[in-house]
Ligand binder design. Structure first.
Ligand SMILES: Cc1cc2nc3c(=O)[nH]c(=O)nc-3n(C[C@H](O)[C@H](O)[C@H](O)COP(=O)(O)OP(=O)(O)OC[C@H]3O[C@@H](n4cnc5c(N)ncnc54)[C@H](O)[C@@H]3O)c2cc1C
Length: 306
């Protein structure tokens, strides 16, 4: 728990970010979780994922953007991704972060940028998932999502909710009324106990409870986890409630539990792999290290091996 908090704290340190992104042995090790620095490398990774029977979600890494012109570059990048998906015929949708589009600069700028990407996806018959970030932006993220969802249909834009947040049961109920397609995950940020359950058992219990609500809603949702207990609970609930395998999808991260990704796809479950790429990998990479302390030892061993 201490190691997790420390790594999440370091994920926000600019100084370490500059060092890590310039230190080539460290950079090489990111390839376990990051598909590459440009679109072509991500397309290659997605082709390999599609060959296993799984679909994908493109993610251009960048978050907490503080310059308006940089947010416009992000819109251009996502337009390009959506075009490349069509040109190459790969099976993928896209995931975006609203702080990448200017949520912390000006919510109106963010809305316009996100809207441009969702409009492009609608034109191409694709789908945009709005990732969920730290709790300081949860409400603002939901507000912008609702505006987008009022303009675009269920199968064009969806959102993410995190089972570690105390507010999530109420958000699930609220968003299902619209309705909305939801990706359920546990949550990856450092949160105060007022906002998030400090005890992992509560996070897991809330995950199972919200998974059941989502699956029984009749809307197509994403069950995003590598936790075998959460996966078993989902499979069991679906079987017991007579919910078809095609009525939901499992989702996992690039480079995490590939064995399970392939196995679930082989067993006839829908599987989507989240494929991040880009130069701004540092905070994403640090969150992946924080999720499993053993990853840190793997990295250290490889750095000292040279
Ligand atoms: C598709 C997808 C999208 C996501 N989107 C968001 C989002 O928008 N917002 C957000 O806050 N979080 C997001 N997350 C991250 C999520 O919140 C968790 O931090 C992450 O998935 C770890 O939780 P877990 O459910 O796998 O369970 P955990 O209890 O953390 O892990 C269960 C087991 O999975 C394996 N595992 C988990 N993580 C790793 C890792 N990094 N390396 C190696 N093994 C690992 C280990 O075997 C571990 O014992 C997303 C996750 C996925 C899969």
């Amino acid at each position: 728990m201490v190691a997790r908090s420390a790594l999440l704290y370091l994920s926000k340190r600019e100084g370490l970010k500059d060092f890590a992104t310039k230190f080539s042995p460290f950079k090489k090790l990111t390839t376990r979780f990051v598909a590459g620095e440009d679109i072509d490398e991500a397309v290659g990774a997605i082709r390999a994922i599609n060959a296993t029977g799984a679909t994908a979600s493109f993610d251009h890494l960048n978050e907490g953007v503080s310059r308006a012109d940089e947010t416009e570059e992000e819109v251009r990048e996502y337009r390009q991704i959506l075009a490349r998906i069509d040109e190459t015929g790969i099976n993928s949708n896209v995931s975006i972060k609203l702080t990448q589009f200017g949520l912390e600069i000006d919510p109106e700028l963010c809305y316009r940028n996100a809207r441009a990407v969702v409009e492009e996806a609608a034109r191409r018959g694709n789908f945009v998932r709005v990732d969920m970030e730290q709790s300081s932006v949860t409400q603002a993220t939901i507000d912008i999502f609702k505006r987008l969802r009022a303009e675009f249909d269920l199968n064009t834009v969806g959102i993410v909710l995190q089972s570690y947040l105390r507010r999530t049961a109420a958000d699930v109920e609220d968003l299902l009324k619209i309705p909305a397609r939801i990706r359920l995950c546990k949550g990856a940020y450092n949160e105060p106990p007022e906002a998030a359950f400090p005890d992992k058992r509560d996070v897991d219990a809330n995950y199972v409870a919200q998974m059941k609500v989502l699956l029984s809603s009749g809307v197509y949702h994403g069950i995003a986890t590598h936790d075998e207990r959460m996966i078993a609970a989902t499979i069991e609930h679906a079987a017991r409630a007579g919910i078809a395998r095609e009525a939901f999808e499992f989702q996992m991260l690039y480079g995490v539990r590939r064995d399970l990704q392939v196995q679930l796809a082989r067993d006839g479950y829908r599987m989507r792999v989240y494929v991040p790429y880009g130069k701004h990998w540092y905070p994403y990479f640090m969150r992946r290290l924080a999720e499993r302390p053993a990853n840190v030892w793997f990295i250290m061993k490889n750095i000292f091996k040279g």
